[in-house]
Design a protein around this ligand. Structure first.
Ligand SMILES: [Zn+2]
Ligand SMILES: [Zn+2]
Length: 161
């Protein structure tokens, strides 16, 4: 009979079970039943392909960089949009586009960070134009509404599927 193995998390416990992914021995207390067999807690926690909202550090960084890029590029774009007819419709579409770009930058994981970055990155260009106007007493309700719709659309683009 094969020599008993010892749980990698509990070196004193003998076991005959090992993780389907990494092959490390695991005791009955540590093992996790998954659709693809018994796994150690480490591998059970991170199934193949990151879960929605679970980002690797480089994806977090790309999400943040994409957000900064969108905010910077958005400033002149929003200036144009606010002067166009159908600005609410165009703002929503632009917000959705911005959210989609940020979602892709983050490896399409979506989740709270992608939503937060998308909403903030979309709203900043609007604020750049709307706040000075509002302070000068020339605030437009349409402009504020356009910003809100764009932010909602940006967040919506990152919804979990
Ligand atoms: Zn494992
Ligand atoms: Zn164990």
């Amino acid at each position: 009979m094969a020599e008993p193995m010892h749980c990698y998390r509990h070196p004193k416990r003998e076991t005959r079970v090992s993780c389907a992914t990494c092959g490390r021995p695991i005791c009955t207390e540590c093992m996790r039943q998954t659709a693809v067999g018994i796994k150690c807690p480490d591998d059970a926690r991170l199934p193949r392909g990151a879960r929605a909202g679970m980002m690797k550090p480089d994806q977090v960084l790309k999400t943040l960089l994409a957000g900064i890029g969108i905010a910077v590029v958005g400033i002149p774009v929003v200036s144009i949009i606010l002067g166009l007819p159908f600005q609410l419709l165009i703002s929503s579409a632009a917000g959705y586009g911005a959210g989609t770009l940020i979602n892709r930058a983050g490896g399409r994981n979506g989740g709270p960070l992608a939503i937060a970055v998308s909403v903030v990155a979309t709203v900043i260009p609007f604020l750049v134009w709307l706040v000075p106007d509002a302070l000068a007493g020339a605030g437009s309700l349409f402009g504020a509404l356009a910003a809100i719709l764009a932010a909602i659309a940006a967040g919506f683009a990152n919804r979990r599927l």
